[in-house]
Design a protein around this ligand. Structure first.
Ligand code: 9MR
Length: 460
Protein backbone atom coordinates (compact mmCIF):
# COMPACT_ATOMS: atom_id res chain seq x y z
CA UNK A 1 0.00 0.00 0.00
CA UNK A 2 1.21 3.48 -0.60
CA UNK A 3 1.52 5.98 2.20
CA UNK A 4 -0.40 9.22 1.85
CA UNK A 5 1.63 12.33 1.38
CA UNK A 6 2.41 13.42 4.91
CA UNK A 7 0.24 16.43 5.55
CA UNK A 8 2.89 18.19 7.57
CA UNK A 9 5.06 18.65 4.53
CA UNK A 10 2.10 19.16 2.26
CA UNK A 11 0.85 22.27 3.91
CA UNK A 12 2.28 25.13 5.87
CA UNK A 13 2.14 24.84 9.62
CA UNK A 14 0.26 27.50 11.41
CA UNK A 15 2.92 29.55 13.08
CA UNK A 16 3.36 31.91 15.95
CA UNK A 17 1.50 34.93 14.74
CA UNK A 18 -2.12 34.55 13.93
CA UNK A 19 -4.03 37.76 13.97
CA UNK A 20 -7.74 37.79 13.41
CA UNK A 21 -9.15 41.10 12.33
CA UNK A 22 -12.85 41.30 12.48
CA UNK A 23 -14.95 43.44 10.26
CA UNK A 24 -16.32 46.76 11.32
CA UNK A 25 -19.95 46.89 12.32
CA UNK A 26 -22.11 44.43 14.14
CA UNK A 27 -21.59 40.76 13.55
CA UNK A 28 -24.67 39.43 11.88
CA UNK A 29 -24.32 36.23 13.88
CA UNK A 30 -24.95 37.99 17.16
CA UNK A 31 -28.66 38.43 16.56
CA UNK A 32 -29.73 34.84 16.36
CA UNK A 33 -27.63 33.05 18.90
CA UNK A 34 -28.45 29.40 19.26
CA UNK A 35 -29.82 28.47 22.65
CA UNK A 36 -27.92 26.18 24.95
CA UNK A 37 -30.09 23.30 26.00
CA UNK A 38 -29.57 21.94 29.50
CA UNK A 39 -30.37 18.49 28.23
CA UNK A 40 -29.36 17.50 24.73
CA UNK A 41 -32.13 17.62 22.18
CA UNK A 42 -32.85 14.46 20.22
CA UNK A 43 -31.57 16.16 17.09
CA UNK A 44 -27.98 16.87 18.16
CA UNK A 45 -24.80 15.05 17.22
CA UNK A 46 -24.21 14.01 20.81
CA UNK A 47 -27.68 12.63 21.42
CA UNK A 48 -27.76 10.81 18.09
CA UNK A 49 -24.35 9.26 18.84
CA UNK A 50 -25.50 8.27 22.33
CA UNK A 51 -28.44 6.44 20.80
CA UNK A 52 -25.82 4.40 18.91
CA UNK A 53 -23.77 3.77 22.04
CA UNK A 54 -21.06 6.26 21.01
CA UNK A 55 -19.94 9.73 22.03
CA UNK A 56 -19.54 12.65 19.67
CA UNK A 57 -16.89 15.10 20.76
CA UNK A 58 -14.96 18.14 19.66
CA UNK A 59 -11.63 19.75 20.38
CA UNK A 60 -12.15 22.84 22.51
CA UNK A 61 -9.94 25.86 23.09
CA UNK A 62 -10.42 27.47 26.49
CA UNK A 63 -10.03 30.94 25.00
CA UNK A 64 -13.28 30.61 23.04
CA UNK A 65 -15.52 29.37 25.85
CA UNK A 66 -16.58 32.93 26.61
CA UNK A 67 -17.97 33.40 23.09
CA UNK A 68 -21.72 32.92 23.30
CA UNK A 69 -22.26 31.15 19.99
CA UNK A 70 -19.20 28.94 20.50
CA UNK A 71 -20.33 27.75 23.92
CA UNK A 72 -23.94 27.39 22.79
CA UNK A 73 -22.99 25.24 19.81
CA UNK A 74 -20.62 23.16 21.93
CA UNK A 75 -23.23 22.58 24.62
CA UNK A 76 -26.04 21.85 22.21
CA UNK A 77 -24.24 19.43 19.90
CA UNK A 78 -21.37 17.64 21.64
CA UNK A 79 -21.06 15.29 24.58
CA UNK A 80 -17.28 14.93 24.73
CA UNK A 81 -14.39 17.38 24.59
CA UNK A 82 -10.65 17.24 24.01
CA UNK A 83 -8.60 20.27 25.09
CA UNK A 84 -6.96 21.31 21.82
CA UNK A 85 -3.70 22.54 23.39
CA UNK A 86 -4.27 23.08 27.11
CA UNK A 87 -3.13 19.68 28.42
CA UNK A 88 0.04 19.48 26.35
CA UNK A 89 3.43 19.47 28.06
CA UNK A 90 4.25 23.07 27.12
CA UNK A 91 0.95 24.19 28.68
CA UNK A 92 1.09 22.09 31.84
CA UNK A 93 4.81 22.02 32.75
CA UNK A 94 6.62 24.71 30.82
CA UNK A 95 9.33 24.80 33.44
CA UNK A 96 10.41 21.72 35.28
CA UNK A 97 8.26 20.81 38.23
CA UNK A 98 5.96 23.86 37.92
CA UNK A 99 2.58 22.59 36.88
CA UNK A 100 -0.09 24.93 35.53
CA UNK A 101 -3.57 23.64 34.93
CA UNK A 102 -5.69 26.79 34.73
CA UNK A 103 -6.70 26.66 31.06
CA UNK A 104 -7.25 22.91 31.04
CA UNK A 105 -9.23 23.13 34.28
CA UNK A 106 -11.60 25.59 32.62
CA UNK A 107 -12.39 23.07 29.92
CA UNK A 108 -12.72 20.16 32.33
CA UNK A 109 -15.07 22.06 34.62
CA UNK A 110 -17.18 23.20 31.66
CA UNK A 111 -17.38 19.60 30.47
CA UNK A 112 -18.24 18.29 33.93
CA UNK A 113 -21.00 20.85 34.35
CA UNK A 114 -22.53 19.72 31.06
CA UNK A 115 -22.00 15.99 31.61
CA UNK A 116 -19.50 15.67 28.78
CA UNK A 117 -16.70 13.13 28.59
CA UNK A 118 -13.13 14.45 28.49
CA UNK A 119 -10.34 13.00 26.38
CA UNK A 120 -6.95 13.91 27.82
CA UNK A 121 -4.52 15.07 25.14
CA UNK A 122 -1.61 14.37 25.48
CA UNK A 123 1.07 13.17 27.93
CA UNK A 124 4.12 12.19 25.87
CA UNK A 125 4.61 13.87 22.49
CA UNK A 126 7.64 15.14 20.62
CA UNK A 127 5.90 18.42 19.77
CA UNK A 128 4.81 21.30 22.01
CA UNK A 129 7.50 20.02 24.32
CA UNK A 130 9.34 22.68 26.32
CA UNK A 131 13.02 23.04 25.54
CA UNK A 132 14.18 21.92 28.98
CA UNK A 133 12.95 18.38 28.34
CA UNK A 134 15.23 17.92 25.34
CA UNK A 135 18.22 19.08 27.37
CA UNK A 136 18.01 16.28 29.95
CA UNK A 137 20.22 13.21 30.08
CA UNK A 138 18.61 9.77 29.87
CA UNK A 139 17.95 8.98 33.51
CA UNK A 140 16.83 12.50 34.29
CA UNK A 141 14.54 12.43 31.26
CA UNK A 142 13.00 9.17 32.44
CA UNK A 143 12.29 10.76 35.82
CA UNK A 144 10.86 13.87 34.19
CA UNK A 145 8.60 11.81 31.92
CA UNK A 146 7.34 9.70 34.82
CA UNK A 147 6.76 12.77 36.94
CA UNK A 148 4.93 14.57 34.14
CA UNK A 149 2.58 11.65 33.53
CA UNK A 150 2.03 11.21 37.26
CA UNK A 151 1.34 14.83 38.13
CA UNK A 152 -0.95 15.55 35.19
CA UNK A 153 -2.94 12.32 35.52
CA UNK A 154 -3.17 12.71 39.28
CA UNK A 155 -4.59 16.21 38.87
CA UNK A 156 -7.38 14.91 36.62
CA UNK A 157 -7.80 11.49 38.19
CA UNK A 158 -11.34 10.24 37.87
CA UNK A 159 -12.30 12.97 35.39
CA UNK A 160 -10.80 11.68 32.16
CA UNK A 161 -12.50 9.11 29.98
CA UNK A 162 -9.42 8.37 27.85
CA UNK A 163 -5.85 9.65 27.77
CA UNK A 164 -3.67 9.93 24.70
CA UNK A 165 -0.71 8.61 26.66
CA UNK A 166 1.69 8.70 23.71
CA UNK A 167 1.07 10.75 20.58
CA UNK A 168 2.63 10.48 17.11
CA UNK A 169 5.60 8.26 17.95
CA UNK A 170 6.02 6.82 14.45
CA UNK A 171 7.55 8.33 11.34
CA UNK A 172 5.69 9.05 8.15
CA UNK A 173 6.68 7.21 5.02
CA UNK A 174 7.34 3.57 4.38
CA UNK A 175 9.95 2.78 7.03
CA UNK A 176 7.61 1.96 9.90
CA UNK A 177 10.33 3.39 12.14
CA UNK A 178 9.90 5.34 15.33
CA UNK A 179 10.08 9.10 15.04
CA UNK A 180 13.12 10.77 16.50
CA UNK A 181 12.33 12.62 19.74
CA UNK A 182 14.11 13.19 23.04
CA UNK A 183 12.21 10.17 24.39
CA UNK A 184 13.00 7.87 21.48
CA UNK A 185 16.58 9.02 21.10
CA UNK A 186 17.53 8.82 24.78
CA UNK A 187 15.24 6.16 26.22
CA UNK A 188 14.86 3.88 23.20
CA UNK A 189 11.82 1.90 22.01
CA UNK A 190 10.86 0.96 25.57
CA UNK A 191 9.67 4.47 26.46
CA UNK A 192 6.20 3.88 25.06
CA UNK A 193 5.61 0.77 27.13
CA UNK A 194 7.06 2.54 30.15
CA UNK A 195 4.69 5.48 29.65
CA UNK A 196 1.64 3.19 29.49
CA UNK A 197 2.72 1.28 32.60
CA UNK A 198 3.26 4.53 34.50
CA UNK A 199 -0.10 5.90 33.33
CA UNK A 200 -1.87 2.73 34.41
CA UNK A 201 -0.34 2.94 37.87
CA UNK A 202 -1.68 6.50 38.30
CA UNK A 203 -5.26 6.19 36.99
CA UNK A 204 -6.23 2.61 36.22
CA UNK A 205 -9.80 3.68 35.44
CA UNK A 206 -8.88 5.92 32.50
CA UNK A 207 -8.69 4.31 29.08
CA UNK A 208 -5.10 4.56 27.86
CA UNK A 209 -4.68 5.26 24.16
CA UNK A 210 -1.95 5.48 21.56
CA UNK A 211 -2.86 8.25 19.07
CA UNK A 212 -1.45 9.01 15.61
CA UNK A 213 -2.18 10.39 12.11
CA UNK A 214 -1.66 8.88 8.65
CA UNK A 215 -2.53 5.58 10.30
CA UNK A 216 -6.15 5.71 9.13
CA UNK A 217 -5.74 3.15 6.37
CA UNK A 218 -3.58 0.06 6.07
CA UNK A 219 -0.07 1.35 5.32
CA UNK A 220 3.50 1.01 6.56
CA UNK A 221 2.95 3.42 9.43
CA UNK A 222 -0.29 1.85 10.64
CA UNK A 223 1.31 -1.60 10.26
CA UNK A 224 4.07 -0.51 12.62
CA UNK A 225 1.53 0.78 15.17
CA UNK A 226 -0.45 -2.43 14.74
CA UNK A 227 2.64 -4.54 15.48
CA UNK A 228 3.31 -2.50 18.62
CA UNK A 229 -0.28 -2.81 19.89
CA UNK A 230 -0.33 -6.52 19.17
CA UNK A 231 2.90 -6.98 21.09
CA UNK A 232 1.55 -4.89 24.00
CA UNK A 233 -1.63 -6.95 24.18
CA UNK A 234 0.33 -10.20 24.06
CA UNK A 235 2.64 -9.12 26.86
CA UNK A 236 0.00 -7.48 29.05
CA UNK A 237 1.20 -3.90 28.61
CA UNK A 238 -1.83 -1.81 29.68
CA UNK A 239 -3.15 -0.28 26.45
CA UNK A 240 -6.91 0.12 26.03
CA UNK A 241 -7.39 2.08 22.86
CA UNK A 242 -5.93 3.41 19.66
CA UNK A 243 -6.80 6.87 18.36
CA UNK A 244 -6.99 7.56 14.64
CA UNK A 245 -6.64 11.29 14.17
CA UNK A 246 -8.25 11.33 10.72
CA UNK A 247 -7.07 14.68 9.37
CA UNK A 248 -8.12 14.42 5.75
CA UNK A 249 -7.66 16.56 2.67
CA UNK A 250 -7.12 16.00 -1.03
CA UNK A 251 -3.56 14.81 -0.47
CA UNK A 252 -4.61 12.56 2.36
CA UNK A 253 -8.16 11.44 1.54
CA UNK A 254 -10.35 9.12 3.57
CA UNK A 255 -8.79 5.74 2.75
CA UNK A 256 -10.93 3.10 1.10
CA UNK A 257 -9.90 0.62 3.79
CA UNK A 258 -10.65 2.95 6.69
CA UNK A 259 -13.25 0.68 8.27
CA UNK A 260 -11.15 -2.43 7.68
CA UNK A 261 -8.21 -0.76 9.36
CA UNK A 262 -10.27 0.25 12.41
CA UNK A 263 -11.59 -3.29 12.56
CA UNK A 264 -8.19 -4.97 12.47
CA UNK A 265 -7.06 -2.88 15.46
CA UNK A 266 -10.32 -3.59 17.30
CA UNK A 267 -9.71 -7.27 16.68
CA UNK A 268 -6.51 -6.99 18.72
CA UNK A 269 -8.72 -6.34 21.75
CA UNK A 270 -8.52 -2.55 22.01
CA UNK A 271 -11.14 0.15 21.58
CA UNK A 272 -10.68 2.40 18.60
CA UNK A 273 -11.63 6.07 18.52
CA UNK A 274 -11.64 8.73 15.84
CA UNK A 275 -9.84 11.45 17.71
CA UNK A 276 -9.18 14.56 15.59
CA UNK A 277 -11.48 14.31 12.60
CA UNK A 278 -11.48 17.09 10.06
CA UNK A 279 -11.95 16.88 6.31
CA UNK A 280 -11.03 19.80 4.10
CA UNK A 281 -13.50 20.77 1.41
CA UNK A 282 -17.07 21.93 1.14
CA UNK A 283 -20.54 21.03 0.02
CA UNK A 284 -21.63 17.56 -0.91
CA UNK A 285 -18.13 16.13 -1.41
CA UNK A 286 -17.16 17.03 2.13
CA UNK A 287 -20.53 15.82 3.41
CA UNK A 288 -20.11 12.43 1.73
CA UNK A 289 -16.66 11.97 3.24
CA UNK A 290 -17.90 12.86 6.71
CA UNK A 291 -20.85 10.52 6.40
CA UNK A 292 -18.56 7.68 5.35
CA UNK A 293 -16.24 8.19 8.32
CA UNK A 294 -19.16 8.10 10.75
CA UNK A 295 -20.59 4.99 9.09
CA UNK A 296 -17.20 3.27 9.37
CA UNK A 297 -17.06 3.94 13.10
CA UNK A 298 -20.62 2.71 13.61
CA UNK A 299 -19.80 -0.47 11.71
CA UNK A 300 -16.99 -1.34 14.14
CA UNK A 301 -18.47 -2.31 17.49
CA UNK A 302 -15.34 -1.30 19.40
CA UNK A 303 -15.27 2.16 17.81
CA UNK A 304 -16.48 3.95 20.92
CA UNK A 305 -16.71 7.49 19.63
CA UNK A 306 -15.69 10.27 17.32
CA UNK A 307 -14.16 13.68 17.96
CA UNK A 308 -13.96 16.47 15.41
CA UNK A 309 -10.97 18.79 15.69
CA UNK A 310 -12.89 21.96 16.49
CA UNK A 311 -16.37 23.46 16.58
CA UNK A 312 -16.19 26.05 13.81
CA UNK A 313 -14.18 26.50 10.64
CA UNK A 314 -13.07 29.93 11.79
CA UNK A 315 -10.99 28.49 14.65
CA UNK A 316 -9.74 25.37 12.91
CA UNK A 317 -5.96 24.80 12.86
CA UNK A 318 -6.39 24.77 9.08
CA UNK A 319 -9.20 27.18 8.79
CA UNK A 320 -8.69 28.00 5.11
CA UNK A 321 -9.61 24.38 4.28
CA UNK A 322 -13.01 24.81 6.04
CA UNK A 323 -12.73 21.28 7.43
CA UNK A 324 -15.37 21.27 10.18
CA UNK A 325 -19.13 20.86 10.62
CA UNK A 326 -20.04 24.46 11.43
CA UNK A 327 -19.10 27.48 9.36
CA UNK A 328 -17.63 30.67 10.76
CA UNK A 329 -21.08 31.87 11.83
CA UNK A 330 -21.93 28.56 13.52
CA UNK A 331 -24.24 27.63 10.67
CA UNK A 332 -24.67 23.89 10.09
CA UNK A 333 -22.90 22.80 6.92
CA UNK A 334 -23.98 19.97 4.61
CA UNK A 335 -21.29 17.93 6.39
CA UNK A 336 -23.21 18.41 9.63
CA UNK A 337 -26.40 17.09 8.07
CA UNK A 338 -24.51 14.10 6.67
CA UNK A 339 -23.00 13.25 10.06
CA UNK A 340 -26.34 13.58 11.81
CA UNK A 341 -28.01 11.43 9.18
CA UNK A 342 -25.28 8.78 9.42
CA UNK A 343 -25.82 8.74 13.20
CA UNK A 344 -29.49 8.11 12.59
CA UNK A 345 -30.56 11.52 13.86
CA UNK A 346 -32.69 14.07 12.14
CA UNK A 347 -32.21 17.76 11.92
CA UNK A 348 -34.95 20.04 13.15
CA UNK A 349 -33.56 23.31 11.89
CA UNK A 350 -32.61 22.22 8.39
CA UNK A 351 -29.03 23.46 8.35
CA UNK A 352 -29.68 27.12 8.82
CA UNK A 353 -26.94 29.56 9.47
CA UNK A 354 -27.72 31.57 12.58
CA UNK A 355 -26.32 34.56 10.77
CA UNK A 356 -28.77 34.31 7.90
CA UNK A 357 -31.42 36.40 9.50
CA UNK A 358 -32.02 38.39 6.33
CA UNK A 359 -31.00 41.96 5.71
CA UNK A 360 -27.57 41.27 7.16
CA UNK A 361 -24.72 43.53 6.21
CA UNK A 362 -21.84 42.36 4.09
CA UNK A 363 -18.81 41.60 6.16
CA UNK A 364 -15.48 39.82 6.08
CA UNK A 365 -12.56 38.95 8.30
CA UNK A 366 -8.85 38.73 7.49
CA UNK A 367 -6.51 36.31 9.26
CA UNK A 368 -2.76 36.52 8.85
CA UNK A 369 -0.42 33.52 9.07
CA UNK A 370 3.28 33.30 8.36
CA UNK A 371 3.54 30.15 6.28
CA UNK A 372 7.23 29.82 5.56
CA UNK A 373 10.54 31.40 6.47
CA UNK A 374 13.98 31.36 4.88
CA UNK A 375 17.23 33.06 5.90
CA UNK A 376 16.34 36.29 4.10
CA UNK A 377 12.56 36.29 3.64
CA UNK A 378 9.21 34.89 4.68
CA UNK A 379 5.85 34.17 3.12
CA UNK A 380 2.66 35.55 4.59
CA UNK A 381 -0.86 34.41 3.86
CA UNK A 382 -4.08 36.27 4.57
CA UNK A 383 -7.29 34.29 4.65
CA UNK A 384 -10.46 36.20 3.89
CA UNK A 385 -13.71 34.86 5.15
CA UNK A 386 -17.05 36.26 4.06
CA UNK A 387 -19.72 36.73 6.71
CA UNK A 388 -23.26 35.55 6.26
CA UNK A 389 -23.83 37.47 3.02
CA UNK A 390 -22.15 36.91 -0.32
CA UNK A 391 -19.58 39.54 -1.32
CA UNK A 392 -18.92 41.01 -4.70
CA UNK A 393 -15.49 42.08 -3.52
CA UNK A 394 -13.18 42.75 -0.56
CA UNK A 395 -9.98 44.66 0.25
CA UNK A 396 -7.39 44.30 2.95
CA UNK A 397 -4.45 46.65 3.73
CA UNK A 398 -1.13 45.05 4.61
CA UNK A 399 1.66 47.23 6.02
CA UNK A 400 5.22 45.95 6.08
CA UNK A 401 7.87 47.46 8.32
CA UNK A 402 10.66 49.31 6.53
CA UNK A 403 13.27 48.18 5.46
CA UNK A 404 11.09 45.14 4.64
CA UNK A 405 9.88 44.97 1.04
CA UNK A 406 7.17 42.86 -0.55
CA UNK A 407 8.83 41.08 -3.48
CA UNK A 408 5.99 38.93 -4.81
CA UNK A 409 2.26 38.59 -4.33
CA UNK A 410 -0.26 36.04 -5.49
CA UNK A 411 -4.02 35.56 -5.69
CA UNK A 412 -5.06 39.21 -5.45
CA UNK A 413 -4.86 42.64 -7.08
CA UNK A 414 -2.29 44.72 -5.16
CA UNK A 415 -1.98 48.50 -5.16
CA UNK A 416 0.62 50.51 -3.26
CA UNK A 417 0.97 53.73 -1.32
CA UNK A 418 3.67 56.21 -2.36
CA UNK A 419 6.17 54.92 0.22
CA UNK A 420 5.75 51.32 -0.91
CA UNK A 421 5.06 50.03 2.60
CA UNK A 422 1.28 49.79 2.49
CA UNK A 423 -0.14 47.32 0.04
CA UNK A 424 -3.90 47.18 -0.41
CA UNK A 425 -4.90 43.82 -1.72
CA UNK A 426 -8.21 43.65 -3.56
CA UNK A 427 -10.20 40.61 -4.60
CA UNK A 428 -10.17 39.24 -8.10
CA UNK A 429 -13.80 38.13 -7.80
CA UNK A 430 -16.72 37.58 -5.47
CA UNK A 431 -16.96 35.34 -2.43
CA UNK A 432 -19.93 33.22 -1.38
CA UNK A 433 -21.47 33.66 2.07
CA UNK A 434 -19.28 32.02 4.69
CA UNK A 435 -16.64 31.06 2.11
CA UNK A 436 -12.92 31.68 2.39
CA UNK A 437 -10.18 32.60 0.01
CA UNK A 438 -6.61 33.68 0.56
CA UNK A 439 -3.82 35.75 -0.91
CA UNK A 440 -0.13 35.51 -0.27
CA UNK A 441 3.06 37.49 -0.52
CA UNK A 442 6.77 37.22 0.07
CA UNK A 443 8.46 39.78 2.31
CA UNK A 444 12.20 40.39 2.00
CA UNK A 445 13.10 40.88 5.65
CA UNK A 446 16.20 43.04 5.19
CA UNK A 447 16.96 42.24 8.81
CA UNK A 448 13.48 43.00 10.21
CA UNK A 449 11.26 40.05 11.04
CA UNK A 450 8.25 41.82 12.52
CA UNK A 451 4.99 40.44 11.16
CA UNK A 452 3.18 42.76 8.77
CA UNK A 453 0.19 44.68 10.14
CA UNK A 454 -2.91 43.35 8.45
CA UNK A 455 -5.80 45.78 8.62
CA UNK A 456 -9.52 45.14 8.72
CA UNK A 457 -11.19 43.55 5.75
CA UNK A 458 -13.62 45.82 3.89
CA UNK A 459 -16.51 44.07 2.19
CA UNK A 460 -18.38 45.31 -0.86
O1 9MR B 1 -4.95 22.12 16.73
C1 9MR B 1 -3.72 22.28 17.38
C2 9MR B 1 -3.14 23.64 17.04
O2 9MR B 1 -3.92 24.65 17.66
C3 9MR B 1 -1.70 23.73 17.52
O3 9MR B 1 -1.14 24.94 17.04
C4 9MR B 1 -0.92 22.55 16.99
C5 9MR B 1 0.50 22.62 17.48
O4 9MR B 1 1.22 21.49 17.21
O5 9MR B 1 -1.52 21.34 17.43
C6 9MR B 1 -2.79 21.19 16.89
O6 9MR B 1 -3.32 19.93 17.28
C7 9MR B 1 -2.60 18.79 16.82
C8 9MR B 1 -2.83 17.71 17.83
O7 9MR B 1 -2.44 18.14 19.11
C9 9MR B 1 -2.06 16.45 17.46
N1 9MR B 1 -2.38 16.02 16.13
C10 9MR B 1 -2.29 17.03 15.09
C11 9MR B 1 -3.12 18.26 15.48
C12 9MR B 1 -3.13 19.27 14.36
O8 9MR B 1 -1.83 19.75 14.11
Amino acid sequence: MTEHVPRRTAEPRRLRRTVVLALTGALAAAGLAVSAGAAQAADSLGSAATAKGRYFGTAVASGHLGETDYAATLDREFNAVTPENEMKWDATESSRGNFTFGAADQIVSHAKAKGMKVRGHTLVWYSQLPGWVGGLGASDLQNAMDNHITQVMQHYKGQIYAWDVVNEAFQDGGSGARRSSPFQDKLGDGYIEHAFRTAHSVDPAAKLCYNDYNTDGVNAKSNAVYAMVKDFKQRGVPIDCVGFQSHFNSQSPVPGDYQANLQRFADLGVDVQITELDIEGSGSAQATNYGNVVKACLAVSRCTGMTVWGVTDKYSWRSSGTPLLFDGNYGKKPAYDAVLAALGGSSSGGGTDPGDGGGSTKSCTATYTETQRWGDRFNGQVTIRAGSSALSGWKVPVTVHSPQKVSTTWSGNPSWDAGGNVMTMASTGGLAAGATTSFGFTVMANGTWTAPAVGACTAS
